[in-house]
Write a protein that binds this ligand. Sequence first.
Ligand code: ADP
Length: 329
Amino acid sequence: MGLFKGKKETMTIGVLTSGGDAPGMNAAVRAVVRTAVHAGAKVKGIRRGYSGLLEEDFVEMTTRSVADIIQRGGTILYTARCPEMMRPEGPEKAAAICRKNGIDALVVIGGDGSYRGALEISKHDINVIAIPGTIDLDVASSDYTIGFDTALNTAMDAIDRVRDTSASHERCSIIEVMGRKAGHIAMWCGIANGAEEILIPERYDYEEQAIIDRIAMRKKLGKKLHIIINAEGVGDSNGMAKRIEAATGLETRATIIGYIQRGGSPTCRDRVFASAMGAHAVDILLGGGSNRAVCFLNGEFTDMDLAEAIAMKKDIDTYLWDISRKLCR
Ligand code: ADP
């Protein structure tokens, strides 16, 4: 195609999924492969993220290798965490392996950590495009990350179920959702599930007594059901349940939803966004772009410099947070 630094006629793109898996990663891989192949480029799938790259675990990909995967959760390329990448020689070795195997550019689908790995590889003269794939929504450069919508809907459904049994038993329930250090899933579910309390690392002041006082007050007002959504980053849901029960006399249970939030068939939104982002990543490469982060910003699919993307910080949506405060009373 002659567009890629004039080096050779056919571009070879390596694609990998890295870090925590997210529903929709398969749809993104499919879009990368199909867009690239359609444009005459070659694609090598790299298994198990950066670990597979360092071990040269490659698989040639055609439009057929990505058939029947758009609806599947997880990632057909597998994913892994790779400590070797954190050492100075890791990214250099990764870049050398790409060159040795004729990989001109890498498409990395993953979260914040995967972006950092991608940036380190790019410093050794390998072109890298990053796609935001994480259920946690904690990639600052994009308003949307692949997997968030599916995880939210899974968590929301699970919380509804806990709510039913809590209502029957007139209990207080603490439900812990995923999100690592970010409270996006907790906040969205807190609104969607009508929780009385939403505890997220970005806002929680660890004033547990204030929560206990509010529960006691609501109990006095005749409330039979108390739902607390606890973000993973706040933690200690079991300890908190014991302390609330001791202080209020109200039977209190903690439920940690856990890994079911990471699996399952992606929602329509995740499939469509992953498809658009995967195609956009290849379009950047075909257009001669280098070291970019694919983003969804202000309602548009776009991209920005990878280093700039990594330097950005993300807060929770303050408008939604304010609303959540008003609605939980
Ligand atoms: P996620 O991409 O979901 O945030 P991790 O934070 O576990 O997941 O990162 C995935 C992988 O990215 C790590 O296992 C490591 O191989 C690589 N990585 C993370 N941070 C860095 C870094 N600062 N330098 C190089 N590689 C990194």
